[in-house]
Design a protein around this ligand. Structure first.
Ligand SMILES: Cc1cc2nc3c(=O)[nH]c(=O)nc-3n(C[C@H](O)[C@H](O)[C@H](O)COP(=O)(O)OP(=O)(O)OC[C@H]3O[C@@H](n4cnc5c(N)ncnc54)[C@H](O)[C@@H]3O)c2cc1C
Length: 427
């Protein structure tokens, strides 16, 4: 059934969220104070998808983003079928599909012998129905944002502090002195979430390896088959995947006791990446060579396991709730961080829209999502620990027995099954 803005309202105490902005209470040059029903902090994957999912239900939200624009950098995100189900549901999948290649399979290789293939999989044969595409992060964000009313996102709006104000809601103070009083705050402020810290979460844990990522550009067309290539060394692994007819994403994961100082010189960053894979297969090196220095990033990998009984609640006081990396940062070993942020968005929007009371909605969301994200975070961490092994004997068993004979793609990708039944229709 189509649901329109006028036929739907979410009861939040005495407020109706069909009217997004409650009002501007006081205006002066330095202390503009406004009131909103729903404020989403962070215009990343989780924040924009939540805003759009709510909008598809006729519910408005304001998004505060610290940056002056959407994040322009970043390389690409590999999205599996659970991510695509969400993007279908919120109405942006086909637009993205038109520009990004459907990946047909996966090659697992050794760095030796010119990149000897240890095993090759076809998604169609081993995991029918799987949909894998790598999407440029910038384009994903722009596409989500383009479906929101233009006034939805306030850029250069960095959250500075947060305080509960009893039944009035939660007061958000921004770096520039503005204040926003919100009935509901959705913390989508990413892996270093200030809101999560305020709710008692620990800092994410560095897992002992780091990742380089890059996006190669081929103005005249890239030459690769639409397959993911993984190359497993000792304590170092790399991979590349065609993204579009002209772009190829690559990554390198390497062990390192501590992240060390941040490198800001792009040329030095690219050199360090190339040094890690000196003598590795020429196709990988060619992809890296076709990458502008500005499109290479290095990130320490972190996660946070939401141990039952130990982790703080994902919501507080029926007024603040977390989604995406702010709640459950996970390592990228399963390619599920952004996929799960998208899942969070639709589940949270559905719960908020269906419940008469925001506190119940948040608790229902937390229970439903915890059961999904805690095992995935743990699994991603364990897979990372296994594939980053350095021990020569263990790596020989991996390359000689485990990869060629034991790995089964279908069962391995079972976590990408996700039913997504959010919405009626777009407004
Ligand atoms: C190396 C690597 C590879 C990855 N590969 C994949 C992959 O292939 N597939 C996949 O699904 N996932 C992948 N991920 C995970 C994915 O990047 C994250 O899970 C995803 O970006 C989380 O989205 P988010 O919206 O929660 O956070 P983010 O995308 O980080 O967005 C947070 C937003 O909040 C804003 N913000 C932060 N603080 C404030 C503040 N105080 N005030 C206002 N705004 C603020 C930020 O500017 C940002 O725009 C990868 C991660 C890494 C590190």
């Amino acid at each position: 059934m189509a649901m329109t803005t006028s036929s739907f309202s979410l009861s939040l105490g005495s407020f109706s969220v069909t009217r997004r902005r409650r009002n501007v209470v006081a205006a002066s040059a330095t202390s503009l104070r406004s009131e909103e029903n729903i404020v989403i902090v962070g215009a990343g994957v989780a924040g924009l998808a939540t805003a759009l999912a709510l909008r598809r239900l006729g519910v408005g939200a304001a998004v505060l983003e610290q940056g002056p624009t959407l994040r322009a950098g970043g390389t690409s995100l590999t999205l599996f079928k659970n991510g695509w189900r969400v993007l279908d549901t919120i109405g942006v999948a086909d637009e993205l599909r038109a520009n990004y290649l459907r990946i047909q399979g996966m090659r697992m290789r050794s760095p030796a012998n010119g990149g000897q293939v240890l095993r090759e999989f076809s998604f169609e044969e081993e995991a029918p129905g799987q949909e894998v595409r790598a999407v440029e992060r910038r384009v994903l964000l722009e596409t989500l944002a383009s479906k929101l009313p233009p006034e939805t996102i306030s850029f250069s709006s960095k959250l500075k502090s947060i305080a509960e104000q009893g039944p009035d809601g939660t007061l958000l103070e921004l770096e520039d002195g503005r204040q926003v009083l919100a009935k509901i705050v959705v913390g989508c402020d990413g892996v270093n979430s200030q809101i999560a810290r305020w709710m008692g979460f620990s800092e994410p844990r560095y897992v002992g390896h780091m990742a380089f990522r890059g996006l190669a550009e081929y103005a005249d067309g890239q030459p690769f088959e639409p397959k993911v290539n993984y190359i497993y060394g000792r304590g170092v692994r790399a991979g590349f995947v065609p993204v579009s007819p002209t772009k190829v994403y690559w990554f390198i994961c390497f062990n390192r006791q501590s992240p060390g100082p941040k490198i800001t010189d792009p040329a030095a960053l690219k050199r360090e990446a190339l040094d890690l894979v000196g003598g590795w297969p020429s196709d990988l090196l060619a992809v890296m060579g076709s990458t502008p220095e500005s499109a290479v990033v290095r990130t320490p990998l972190v996660d946070r396991w939401l141990w039952p009984g130990l982790a703080p609640r994902a919501s507080r006081g029926g007024g603040v709730v977390l989604a995406g990396d702010a709640w459950h940062p996970m390592t990228p070993n399963l390619g599920q961080g952004a996929c799960c942020a998208l899942e969070d968005a639709v589940v949270l929007a559905r719960r908020l829209a269906a419940a008469g009371n925001a506190g119940d909605a948040m608790q229902g969301y937390e229970a439903e999502r915890w059961a999904r994200v805690f095992p995935l975070t743990a699994r991603a961490g364990l897979v990372g620990a296994l594939v980053q092994w350095e021990n020569a004997a263990v790596c020989a068993v991996r390359d000689g027995v485990v990869i060629p004979r034991l790995v089964r793609l279908g069962p391995f990708l079972e976590h990408t099954n996700f039913e997504c039944d959010l919405l009626g229709a777009s407004p």
